[in-house]
Write a protein that binds this ligand. Structure first.
Ligand code: C2O
Ligand code: CU
Length: 705
């Protein structure tokens, strides 16, 4: 409903601007009517325009009212200004213009072909008749501007400036028309109708307006240029609010070490010190060499990829819970550098693999070793976090599976299903871009680890031919997941679902892709490797974790006393990022590096309310922590505890999530639509006292997004 309301609002504003412009021109020209008859006709036309313009204006009001139906004021409070403008527009049209037009109609109802007398002409020139129509373009235009620029938290100034500009424009128009009408009534002279001249004047005003707007535009562009060196440990801090905390605001530029919200400051510690075990023999070791390689998909299509060990997806890293893992990364020839980030695995901060935050990018010829203990079990993935948008797109990723310490149940068929969309080669599961056939004996327990690597695309999956369970989300097992059938699964960018079932006698088909059952991409499992693709109709209901599975005890819940509470507002706005103009996606009204960091202390219980005011979904990914979903849109999560590291926040969604700050460091928190992250939709969670020797920016090798 949110998306519908927002779309209606936007469309009505646009329609208003266009219609208002046409009607405004007509209104200001009726004074040139030569005869009573023609004035009468034009007045009737304008009366019709009053009605026409009222439709989009009413739609603006209606759509904002629809938005207010959601209890969360952050979703709509600022749009009330747009509603107010539309209300003024309606008032002007019906209280000022309409009665005057009616009177002109009555005065001219004899429809004589004789020239207009002075009285009628001056009536037709009244500002109160003309300006409402012109306002019908300018008002919505202002609304449109506010729509795209208003930020949260709202600043009075941001709203006041466009409103003042609107008021000045209206006053100026009013004065022009007042002068015109008094010229008519004083001198009685007929106003010369010079349409070309009027057009010329209008163009002049447009050019002047653009010239004036150029200044702030240019300034905004300059201001958006990123500094050559940025330390992520410095910047604006948000201490949230909470039972034991006072909320502070801190000026830009302080470091986390210098400030503590209350009590003694934590002793400074560098991210480098927050490493996994540096000593000791590893239980599992891998070497991953990043290199460019042409890879071939099953259809024969080739892709110029960036790979780990010459393959993409990279080799599957498998380990058991509790094992000490050592991975050596070597960069052979990726010029922009590489790292490895263990997406979803809560490793110590120094092992997190974010260029410019926890390490320097590994440049060609260099290497870097990661060591950590695999503390969780489940499905994860790894990918480069240097130029991550390009790196992931080109193939620098792979699956990572942590089995329970005692291993998987005997005989389990365990398959990582990594979907990716390749530039120019389309969608594939691993290397397979068609139907893959798999032989599985009936009775075998099957676990499909669905991993969506794509930038920007929520991936749809359907399992046909067996009852199944979604037994884990984002690497965390669900409690008592129930049987599902005819349900489609949608996984957001970076998210993972584990699907389990027992192989029946008959074939089972996993369909992947939009309208998932297109029969073009999937895995057909059967006892003999043969079998027909099932015919699937419809999309099936879509799976929702909010009420799935059975509740279980958790260390905290929605009723716990939280040490800190943060608000994270996702929005879109038109503006600049690093000198480039475009649609931008903001976090609490800002783009990196101006996004305020969330400040916490070790041991705190932290609640965050995520609100998506924008028009597209954002898979929000917090590194180093798993958050428990408490509620969505006011509806408590009542099924299995639902822990997430990559949460798909749809337009209009309000999520309450909570996590324990138990992993000190500097942790990225960003949208996993990597295109969004690369244009500033990125911030971080920061433990008080943590410092980082690394920097990002043009003067460094580090460009994490
Ligand atoms: Cu999968 Cu910060 O990323
Ligand atoms: Cu996003």
């Amino acid at each position: 409903m949110y998306t519908t309301a927002i779309s209606i609002l936007l469309a009505s504003l646009l329609v208003s601007i266009i219609l208002g412009w046409i009607a405004g021109n007509k209104a200001s020209a009726i004074v040139y009517s030569k005869t009573e008859e023609s004035l009468n006709r034009k007045a009737r036309q304008l009366l019709r325009w009053t009605v026409i313009l009222s439709v989009p204006a009413a739609a603006v009001i209606g759509s904002v009212l629809l938005l207010t139906a959601s209890g969360t004021a952050a979703l709509w409070a600022d749009r009330l200004t747009i509603l107010l403008i539309a209300a003024i527009q309606l008032l002007l049209l019906w209280m000022a213009a309409h009665p005057r037009l009616r009177r002109i109609r009555i005065a001219t109802n004899r429809k004589l072909q004789k020239p207009l007398d002075v009285r009628l002409r001056s009536r037709a020139a009244q500002p109160a008749l003309i300006v409402p129509f012109q306002f019908s373009a300018l008002g919505p235009l202002t609304g449109f501007y506010l729509f795209w620029t208003s930020r949260h938290p709202f600043s009075m100034l941001d709203t006041a400036i466009p409103l003042i500009v609107l008021a000045i424009a209206v006053l100026a128009l009013w004065t022009v028309h007042l002068n015109r009408s008094s010229r008519v009534s004083l001198t009685g002279e007929e106003l010369p109708n010079r349409p070309w001249r009027r057009l010329f004047n209008r163009l002049g005003i447009l050019v002047a307006a653009i010239a004036i707007a150029f200044l702030p535009f240019n300034m905004a562009m300059k201001n958006s240029l990123l500094a050559d060196k940025i330390s992520m440990a410095e910047g604006t801090m948000d201490y949230g609010k909470g039972s034991s905390m006072v909320s502070h605001s801190h000026p830009h530029g302080e470091t986390a070490v210098q400030t503590a919200s209350s009590g003694a400051a934590a002793a400074p510690v560098s991210v480098d010190q927050l490493s996994g075990p540096r000593e000791g023999k590893a239980d599992v070791t891998y070497t991953l060499t990043a290199e460019k390689k042409t890879i071939q998909l099953s259809s024969g299509k080739t892709v110029e990829a960036w790979t780990y060990n010459g393959q993409s997806p990279g080799p599957e890293l498998r380990m058991r819970q509790g094992q000490l893992v050592e991975v050596t990364l070597i960069n052979k020839n990726i010029d922009s550098g590489v790292t490895i980030h263990w997406h979803g695995l809560d490793v110590p901060n120094a092992e997190d693999g974010v260029a410019g935050a926890t390490q320097n990018a590994v440049m060609p010829g260099e290497s870097h070793t990661y060591r950590f203990i695999a503390e969780q079990t489940g499905s994860f993935w790894y990918h480069s976090h240097q130029e991550s948008k390009e790196a992931v797109q080109k193939g620098l990723f792979g699956p990572l599976v942590v089995e329970p310490a005692e291993g998987l149940p005997e005989g389990t068929k365990d398959v990582a299903v990594m979907t990716h969309i390749w530039d120019n080669a389309g969608m594939a599961i691993g290397r397979n871009d068609g139907i893959e056939r798999m032989t599985i004996a009936p009775g075998t327990p099957v676990r499909l680890r669905l991993i969506n690597t794509d930038d920007w695309v929520r991936q749809t999956y359907r399992l046909i031919g067996a009852d199944f369970q979604v037994s884990a989300i984002d690497g965390t097992a669900l409690n008592e997941p129930g049987d599902l059938r005819d349900v489609s699964l949608t996984i957001t960018t970076g998210g993972r679902f584990d699907v389990t079932f027992v192989m029946p006698e008959t074939p089972v088909y996993l369909a992947v892709g939009p309208g998932a059952a297109g029969g073009k991409l999937g895995i057909l499992m059967s006892s003999d490797g043969n079998g027909e693709l099932p015919i699937v109709k419809g999309e099936g209901a879509s799976f929702d974790p909010l009420h799935y599975g059975k509740p279980a005890e958790t260390a905290f819940n929605a009723n716990s006393a939280f040490d800190r509470e943060f608000k994270l507002i996702l929005d879109n706005s038109l503006g600049f990022y690093n000198g480039q103009f475009g649609l931008r996606y903001t976090l609490n009204g800002e783009l990196f590096p101006n996004t305020p960091m969330f400040m916490v202390r070790e041991g705190e219980l932290v609640k965050t309310t995520i609100i998506n005011r924008g028009m597209v979904e954002h898979p929000m990914h917090l590194h180093g922590h798993h958050a428990l979903v408490l509620s969505r849109n006011g509806e408590p999560s009542t099924g299995s505890p639902w822990w997430s590291d990559t949460l798909d926040v749809l337009p209009g969604d309000v999520y309450e999530i909570a996590f324990v700050a138990d992993n000190p460091g500097l942790w990225m928190d960003h949208c996993h639509n990597l295109t969004h992250a690369a244009t500033g939709m990125s911030m971080h969670l920061m433990y008080e006292g943590v410092t980082s020797p690394y920097e990002v920016g043009a003067d460094t090798v580090n460009h994490p997004e």
